[in-house]
Ligand binder design. Structure first.
Ligand code: C2E
Ligand code: CA
Ligand code: CA
Length: 563
């Protein structure tokens, strides 16, 4: 056998229980390997920082733990205490501490000897109603019941202590459904477990963490100011942005975050939770990194809800209609195309802009049937127009495609259907995809666009200059034109920087053998500048606002530029 010293150490290290020895100043000088099994942390972690152990103990039990330690230090008999402790993966374990002050005869060794063992649920004094009723079995974090219970305590405390500050952070994982659909629910579960684990690791100063349901988590921070909260939110986001490894798959996620900051007085924990949820949903809808709840958000969310409910009925009741904005050739000064722009005649609010309802439609997938309706309507309107106007035979129609539509596997079928039902020849249909959407998933975009292109339709990149295009990806796409975003065009006459951008986009497009459409042409000066820059087409209020089909039917193809 080896040196006796090593042998005793070996005995302690292989003990089924977790053994600790602290000196009289509270420094941990020995920690057995069983801590790995109990907490997930290595002995070094505890040896490095003696406060760490206390940090893992549940907030509600820390006071009792303090009393227990005092009793152990001052007494001669052993003391016992059961506490809940947070493990590295965020799960909670119940442990029994048995500690006794020990001393070797000559006082060379004096300190506290502690044995920690795992407690089964049924051993807990509060009976079986304890852990499992308030914890989520998958992550070990508090479940909805546990969360509401703690929020209740928080609100009572906040009412009694006016200076008490807190922040409730509501996180929703954006891509869980995709993981479930693509890889199966066991991968989804694993992802949730790992997210819980990561949140626990990155929120060691959080008071507690919980999982509401599905992919929604709650983090409570206490005694923190607004700047501190923002810093923590940034850190949480950064932590979650690192890829997750799910056996053989690597998955990246993002999170939408809603925050409720104190002082916010609520009667019921459910109201606090609801407002945090509203803030999270606004963040998701507006694609902001996070939103802090305020009363304006509440009004907006009520409106969003009304929109959400109204969309379905709106389509069934024929409340949507299209307007068409003329697209003019700068060289020939004739009408060459129309862009279809959707409008909603809402029974309560009158005509509302797509910028108000499309984000809601996009978030609820309603954009897919709505987009298909636009496609059909626009094609059949153009055919109607061509039937009455012999001078409009070469006119093409531009239809905007949303991200969701592009992701639909039957997009090509829908386009073919719209063409077949209306009788429009494919070269007169131009599909617009924004630069941001195209670059979100360039491989899928390329695949879809090639399929569409094979059917003979034309393709344009919309709002060009506002996203971040990779030029090598851009080259992979089967494009016909680029639309320079109106934020550059409408300022190009008085802002040299914007003018430079417009010029560069035109040069870039021409090098790639693409036509350019400048949108947002508002004044004559812009029109003249674009002409000099050899831009092919223009669209904007200077030439015409979007018009109803009846007005388009009365347009003069050659006389559209007023002088
Ligand atoms: P967009 O595709 O960039 O459409 C052009 C927008 O610029 C239109 O706003 C149009 O009215 C506006 N506009 C045109 N000329 C000028 C101008 O000279 N100055 C200024 N300031 N604005 C001008 P609208 O109709 O409100 O549409 C907003 C956005 O909604 C569109 O931007 C498009 O992204 C989306 N959208 C509209 N209809 C549809 C649709 O049917 N499907 C999809 N997926 N998106 C649509
Ligand atoms: Ca467009
Ligand atoms: Ca645009």
């Amino acid at each position: 056998m080896t040196h006796p010293h090593e042998f005793y150490r070996f005995l302690l290290d292989t003990s089924l229980h977790w053994e600790l020895f602290e000196d009289t100043s509270g420094t941990i000088v020995y920690c057995s390997s069983a801590c790995v099994e109990y907490t997930g942390y290595t002995p070094e972690r505890f040896l490095k920082d003696s406060q760490f152990l206390e940090c893992l103990i549940h907030k509600d039990h820390q006071e009792a733990y303090g009393r227990y330690k005092e009793a152990v230090l001052s007494g001669t008999s052993s003391e016992e205490l059961i506490v809940q402790m947070k493990r590295v993966d965020g799960s909670v374990i119940s442990l029994e501490f048995t500690g006794r002050r020990v001393q070797q005869g000559d006082q060379a060794i004096t300190g506290v000897r502690t044995t920690v063992r795992r407690v089964q649920c049924e051993e807990l004094s509060s009976g079986s109603s304890c852990i499992d009723m308030e914890h989520d079995p998958l992550t070990g974090l508090f479940n909805r019941k546990g969360i509401l219970e703690r929020l209740g305590t928080l609100l009572t405390h906040a009412e009694q202590n006016k200076n008490f500050s807190y922040a409730v952070i509501y996180l929703d994982i954006d891509r869980l459904k995709k993981v479930n659909d693509a890889l199966g629910p066991s991968y989804g579960d694993e992802l949730i477990r790992q997210v819980g684990q990561r949140l626990s690791c990155s929120s060691c100063d959080a008071t507690w963490l919980g999982r509401l349901n599905g992919d929604e988590f709650l983090v409570l921070l206490q005694d923190i100011n607004a700047a501190g909260v923002m810093r923590r939110v940034k850190e949480l986001k950064a932590h979650l942005a690192q890829p997750f490894i799910l056996s053989d798959h690597e998955v990246s996620i993002t999170a939408s975050i809603g925050i409720v900051l104190s002082p916010a007085l609520y009667q019921r924990p459910e109201d606090l939770l609801r407002n945090a949820n509203i803030a999270m949903r606004r963040a998701k809808l507006t694609r902001h990194r996070f939103k802090v709840f305020n009363s304006r958000l509440l009004e907006e969310s009520v409106k969003t809800m009304e929109i959400e409910v109204g969309l379905n009925q709106g389509l069934a009741r024929g409340e949507f209609f299209l307007q068409y904005q003329p697209i003019i050739s700068l060289e020939k000064e004739i009408l060459t195309g129309l862009e279809a722009l959707i409008r909603w005649r809402h029974p309560k609010w009158g005509v509302i802009s797509p910028t108000e309802f499309l984000p809601v439609a996009e978030a609820t997938d309603f954009i897919v049937p709505l987009g298909n309706w636009v496609l059909k309507q626009a094609c059949s309107d153009l055919v109607k127009l061509k039937a009455t106007r012999s001078d409009m035979q070469e006119l093409s129609i531009s239809v905007n495609l949303s991200a969701r539509q592009l992701a639909q596997y039957d997009l090509v079928d829908q386009v073919e259907k719209a063409l077949a039902e209306s009788g429009l020849e494919p070269q007169y249909l131009k599909l617009e995809i924004t630069e941001t959407v195209a670059m979100e998933n360039p491989h899928l975009t390329a695949q879809r666009l090639h399929m569409l292109k094979a059917k003979g339709v034309r393709i344009s990149i919309d709002d060009f200059g506002t996203g971040y295009s990779s030029l090598s990806y851009l080259q992979l796409l089967p494009l016909d034109s680029l639309k320079v975003d109106r934020s550059f065009v409408s300022r190009m006459h008085d802002n040299p920087d914007k003018r430079k951008i417009v010029r560069s986009v035109i040069n870039l497009a021409h090098n790639l053998h693409l036509d350019v459409v400048a949108e947002g042409v508002e004044v004559a000066e812009q029109w003249s500048m674009l002409k000099v820059l050899d831009c092919e087409d223009g669209q904007g209020f200077y030439m015409s606002k979007p018009l109803g089909l009846d007005k388009v039917a009365d347009l003069d193809v050659v006389g559209i530029i007023k002088r």
